[in-house]
Design a protein around this ligand. Structure first.
Ligand SMILES: [Zn+2]
Length: 448
């Protein structure tokens, strides 16, 4: 059963062959009748209608049936009898609008394979494992090979399983990664140096900023945009009329990074649209996102993340430390490696390794977080150190408090030459939930 939309290109083709002698509505009625009432094949119906009105059926475009190995790099119209070996949908942007396309691999009886792309999924929802007669396809070159495209003219017909028997030893090429279309990304997908990115998110905060440019003063905007996978800072180099709390889709954005933390940027070439979509609220998106450390290792960064794990190691430089007032470096016995003997400034810090069972991360806590977590202030630490004449004592107390304890950390995650680390903005030692652990244990026993 072909619907009106599928019939349309064929109606236009018949009208062209009949040189406008018969109007398209008449042709459409005829074609619909032959196809859907008399169940004639598409080709026979078209030829019949052309003949009926005194036209030349040979003037109709004939898609030539080819085997995949016979395909040229720029076929205008070709018919293929094939099996779909793989098929996945992809999100791309075409002319600034998001669009779903389908791509995968076709194989034929000879065991040849070729990549395909369907540009109108409503017309040809090719499913892996099914056989199809594809008509009016065309080809384009992709990495020196022909790629089959199914455009608006394409017609596909599902064929029986025994009609195409693909040899067992056919290897199906992977197509992921070879595609150069615009990237539709979630926040967690963002990586330094990405280009042509489309992202939908809610503007959580927004701040104008005056900057000097060669062409005079200019207002740009910075802020935070979020989706369900996380938050990212952005810079808009152009006034898009952004408002706080609105959901926007930006296209043609690019990603710059600082210490592996991406920043989304969009300028004159970028576009901002306001999609009507269901989206998590600002309150929901402002919450820190909980992630596994292995996942963070894969992603390489994270903005306002919560992780839970066990403190497995206390690093050197934990406790009462002294810094150079010039460069902030930690000094040893009042001597900065750059500035020599200085008037050292006391500080508190914690550096620990936390493991959640999937991977490990270095957690760095500055003075404010350290004081809140341990209840020991810099002043108490200094008093103690003076009393005991032992500046190392505070670090030892931190170790007793933290080592082997379950802990929850919140902060920004970066990765560099030293591996993954989190700049902690908030931390708390977890009281183990005995009941949950017992239940988990019982669960395990049941499984065994
Ligand atoms: Zn210094």
């Amino acid at each position: 059963m072909m619907n009106k939309e599928e019939i349309a290109p064929h109606v236009r083709e018949i009208a062209r062959v009949l040189e406008g002698k018969i109007d398209e509505q008449e042709i459409e009625k005829d074609l619909d009748n032959y196809l859907n009432v008399y169940k004639m094949s598409l080709e026979a119906s078209k030829r019949h209608i052309v003949r009926k009105y005194g036209g030349d059926p040979n003037a109709l475009t004939k898609g030539e049936r080819k085997m995949l190995s016979q395909l040229g790099l720029s076929e205008q119209t070709v018919d293929l009898l094939v099996r779909v070996m793989s098929s996945t949908t992809r999100e791309v942007t075409v002319g600034g609008n998001p669009k779903t396309i389908l791509s995968g691999i076709l194989a034929d009886e000879n065991g040849s394979t070729v990549k395909f792309t369907v540009w109108d999924v409503s017309k040809a929802d090719l499913k892996a494992g099914e056989n199809y007669l594809i008509r009016y396809a065309y080809t384009k070159e992709w990495s020196g090979q022909p790629e089959v495209h199914l455009g608006t003219r394409a017609v596909v017909e599902l064929r029986p399983q025994d009609e195409v028997k693909v040899p067992d030893n056919v290897t199906v090429p992977q197509i992921a990664g070879g595609y150069s279309a615009p990237i539709v990304a979630k926040v967690a997908d963002l990586k330094e140096n990405m280009n042509n990115v489309t992202l939908t998110g809610r503007v959580l905060s927004l701040k104008p900023k005056e900057v000097e440019t060669p062409s005079g003063k200019k207002t740009m905007f910075t802020g935070v945009i979020a989706d369900e996978t996380g938050k990212v800072e952005f810079t808009a180099w152009h006034d898009f009329g952004l408002r706080e709390d609105e959901v926007i889709t930006v296209t043609n954005a690019y990603v710059k990074g600082w210490k592996s933390i991406p920043r989304l940027s969009f300028g004159e070439k970028g576009q901002v649209t306001r999609p009507k979509v269901q989206f998590p609220t600002g309150d929901q998106l402002s919450q820190a996102v909980k992630k596994g450390i292995d996942e963070l290792e894969r992603i390489g960064w994270g903005s306002d993340i919560i992780i839970t794990g066990t403190v497995v190691d206390i690093k050197k430089g934990t406790g009462l430390i002294f810094r150079c007032p010039e460069c902030n470096r930690v000094v040893q016995k009042g001597v900065c490696q750059v500035h020599g003997k200085v008037q050292q400034v006391p500080d508190l810090r914690i550096k620990v390794v936390v493991d959640d069972g999937s991977a490990a991360i270095t957690a760095v806590m500055k003075r404010d977080v350290t004081e809140r977590l341990t209840g020991i202030t810099l002043k108490t630490a200094l008093d103690e150190a003076r009393e005991t004449m032992d500046p190392e004592g505070v670090g030892q107390r931190f170790e007793e408090m933290l080592l082997a304890k379950p802990i929850e950390l919140r902060g920004n995650v970066i990765s560099d030459d030293y591996g993954l680390s989190i700049n902690v903005t908030d931390a708390r030692i977890l009281v183990p939930d005995v009941r949950t652990e017992a239940e988990a244990l019982l669960g395990k026993i049941e499984v065994i």
